[in-house]
Design a protein. Structure first.
Length: 109
């Protein structure tokens, strides 16, 4: 039950849910997410840490960038939950996703 609580607590925060919605469209580094969210890098990094500890996000290094993406195959509970989250279509998350698509880390980082 503790694992489920971590997942719901992670997704219960508006900023973390916005990050999850952005990661639906592409892998992103902290710089890219920070530019869209408007928070500081340490704050965004902390949000990503919470999402990672909940099992929702994975990270991988690509040259000088640490990329974050949604887990591609979690357990059934996480997979089902991410499918449900895809249906969230709020103006803010829609705007975040559209901005994420256009964001180019070469101009930000």
């Amino acid at each position: 039950m503790y694992d489920h609580l971590k997942i719901f607590k992670a997704l219960g925060d508006e900023t973390r849910l916005r990050i999850v919605k952005m990661l639906e469209v592409k892998k992103m580094c902290v710089c890219e997410i920070t530019s869209i969210i408007g928070s500081s890098m340490p704050t965004v990094s902390n949000h990503l840490k919470i999402l990672k500890e909940a099992g929702l996000v994975v990270q991988d290094r690509d040259e000088k960038y640490m990329n974050y993406s949604l887990i591609s195959k979690g357990d059934k509970f996480i997979d089902d939950l991410l499918v449900l989250i895809k249906d969230i279509d709020e103006p803010q998350t829609r705007s975040d996703r559209e901005t994420a698509i256009r964001t180019d880390r070469n101009h930000i980082c």
